[in-house]
Design a protein around this ligand. Structure first.
Ligand SMILES: [Zn+2]
Length: 143
C-alpha cells in the first residue's frame, strides 16, 4: 500500500468544533450532533440549547459543550480509547497513522497541534494496523 507523506496541517483540537460534533443522544442513544449552541438528534427529535456553562473539555471522550459521550469512540490497543469528534477528525488521525513519512511541521505554536498531541500508543509502529482497523470500524458507523 502506498503510504504517502503526511504534513501536519496545524489543526488545533478547538478548530474541529467548526462543524457539528457527533455524540450519543442522551435520550435515544442514537447519533446526535452538537454545536456550541445546541444538541440535536434526528432520530428522536431531541433539541437542547446550550446547557450549564461548564469549562470546555477538549481532551476527553466527550463533546466540549454538552459533555455527552462522543459517538466515534472504541477500545483500541489494550485499554486505550480511540475517539474522534467527526469524520474529518477521524480522517486526520488516519492519514497521520497511515503515513510512513510524518512531518509534524513547525508552526507558530509547535507542540500544540492535534497531531502533536496524539498519544504515543496511537503513533507507535506496532499499533499502526490496529489503530487503522479501529478507525475503519468507526467510519462504518457513519453510513
Ligand atoms: Zn435521540
Amino acid at each position: 500500500m502506498d503510504a504517502p507523506r503526511f504534513r501536519d496541517p496545524q489543526t488545533r483540537i478547538e478548530d474541529l468544533a467548526d462543524e457539528p460534533i457527533l455524540v450519543v443522544c442522551p435520550r435515544c442513544a442514537g447519533r446526535a450532533s452538537v454545536t456550541p449552541e445546541r444538541l440535536t438528534c434526528v432520530g428522536c427529535a431531541l433539541v437542547r440549547s446550550s446547557g450549564p456553562r461548564l469549562p470546555r473539555a477538549w481532551n476527553r471522550p466527550i463533546d466540549p459543550f454538552f459533555r455527552e459521550p462522543v459517538w466515534l469512540r472504541a477500545d483500541c490497543c489494550g485499554g486505550h480509547t480511540l475517539r474522534a469528534f467527526h469524520a474529518r477528525h477521524l480522517d486526520l488521525i488516519e492519514r497521520f497513522v497511515a503515513a510512513k513519512l510524518r512531518e509534524r511541521g513547525l508552526g507558530d505554536r509547535p507542540g500544540m497541534t492535534l497531531i502533536a498531541r496524539l498519544p504515543t500508543w496511537m503513533t507507535t509502529a506496532q499499533h499502526r494496523d490496529e489503530v487503522l482497523r479501529t478507525i475503519a470500524k468507526l467510519r462504518a458507523t457513519l453510513s
